[in-house]
Design a protein around this ligand. Structure first.
Ligand SMILES: [Cu+2]
Length: 118
């Protein structure tokens, strides 16, 4: 929500402390690939396709895996993919910025959040 006259939202989705290092797990419980992207910083993705840690600003989140549902075969279950990232807020300026899916159709449909560094 925006306050009257405000230029940034007053209610961020995530608040972090400047100077901290955070581990986030990006969970994709859908059957579509997503591309996590955050502004103002790069971060470490636990491993790339070669199995090595890599510094990035966008992470592709693999699709979830379909599993049979023994209770109702018409509704299969989804085992989510989990991607570990390490975000270093020691040198990120205080302020408010966005993270979002870098697939623009997803972003336009609402896959966007606000983060505030305090
Ligand atoms: Cu997406």
């Amino acid at each position: 929500m925006f306050r009257a006259g405000a230029t940034v939202p007053s209610n961020p989705d995530i608040v972090v402390k400047q100077g901290t290092i955070e581990v986030w797990y990006l969970i994709n419980a859908t059957l579509e690939t997503h591309a996590f992207h955050i502004h103002q910083m790069k971060y470490v993705q636990e491993r790339d396709y070669s199995g090595q840690p890599v510094t990035v600003d966008t992470t592709f989140m693999p699709v979830g895996k379909l599993l049979p549902n023994s209770h109702d075969p018409n509704y299969p279950l989804i085992q989510p993919s989990i991607t570990k990232v390490i975000l270093d807020f020691r040198h990120v300026p205080k302020g408010t910025f966005v993270f979002h899916c870098h697939m623009l159709a997803h972003e336009d449909l609402g896959m966007m959040g606000i983060i505030r560094v305090e």
